[in-house]
Design a protein around this ligand. Structure first.
Ligand code: ZN
Length: 249
């Protein structure tokens, strides 16, 4: 069978990163010298994806032109301190593409990204603390995003995020995290909006090495495949004539 962009190898992936911490802070620069987007792209290529591009905030149109998005099946999003600098025009554009079927994977502090708040409709607030440790429990062992994992994943250095996480109830809950301070957090959440699939995945603080962790890299690879667009059906919207009666042929 011919390779289409719906086979995993052919999936067209864009990794979007704010790319500020890694340029002017010592620890993120040491952990992610080419930027978090470069490390995530490398993880996806290692996982067998052949069509991975990157885009960053300071590029024209944040690297997310109409053309770039039209050629993206799944978009990854890492942002933190410059959410406010993302233009409304680009948020509108990404929003339309998700409703049209593009997959979106929102990582860590991307919980406050304009696009995530727009799609979910809530504040997406949470509590946080640096310098903790995390155990990510798999709570849906049959879910495709956890394929190949054990019962849990330990991340010895991570930021704590705690409940309540102000998001709508997820359609599928994949991970629940426990932290050294005793807090818990819903750390792997699946949603659908329009034709698009959205996965929020918590780990990835810029001062911690989580995106080098083999199991985190596996999860990100699995999530891209899960979020890939499906052909689906072709409905009609708007004013319409009655369809042919099924009994009158
Ligand atoms: Zn963080």
């Amino acid at each position: 069978m011919a390779e289409t962009n719906n086979t995993p190898r052919g999936l067209r992936v864009t990794v979007w990163n704010e790319y500020r911490h890694e340029r002017d802070e010592a620890r993120p620069a040491e952990l992610y010298p080419g930027g978090i987007h470069a490390t995530l792209s490398e993880a996806l290529r290692e996982g067998g994806l052949q069509n991975v591009r990157t885009a960053t905030l300071d590029e024209p149109e944040h690297g997310l032109t109409e053309e770039a998005l039209a050629e993206t099946d799944v978009l990854l999003w890492w942002g933190h301190r410059a959410h406010a600098e993302v233009s409304e025009e680009v948020v509108d554009r990404v929003h339309r593409r998700v409703l049209g079927g593009m997959g979106l994977i929102v990582l860590h502090s991307g919980h406050f990204a304009k696009i995530f708040q727009r799609l979910l409709g809530t504040t997406c607030s949470l509590k946080w603390r640096h310098d903790d440790r995390e155990r990510l429990w798999v709570v849906d062992p049959a879910h495709p995003i956890v394929e190949g994992l054990g019962e849990y994943v330990d991340l010895p250095e991570e930021e704590m995020y705690g409940e309540p996480f102000d998001v709508p109830p997820p359609e599928e809950l994949v991970f629940v995290s426990w932290f050294g301070g005793g807090e818990v957090f819903r750390s792997g959440l699946c949603y659908r909006r329009g034709r698009g699939r959205i996965f929020y995945f918590r780990p990835g603080h810029e001062e911690n090495p989580s995106y080098h962790h083999p199991e985190v890299r596996r999860i990100v690879n699995n999530a891209v495949r899960w979020a890939a667009p499906r052909p689906g059906a072709a409905p009609t919207h708007g004013n319409t004539e009655p369809p042919e009666s099924p009994g009158n042929s």
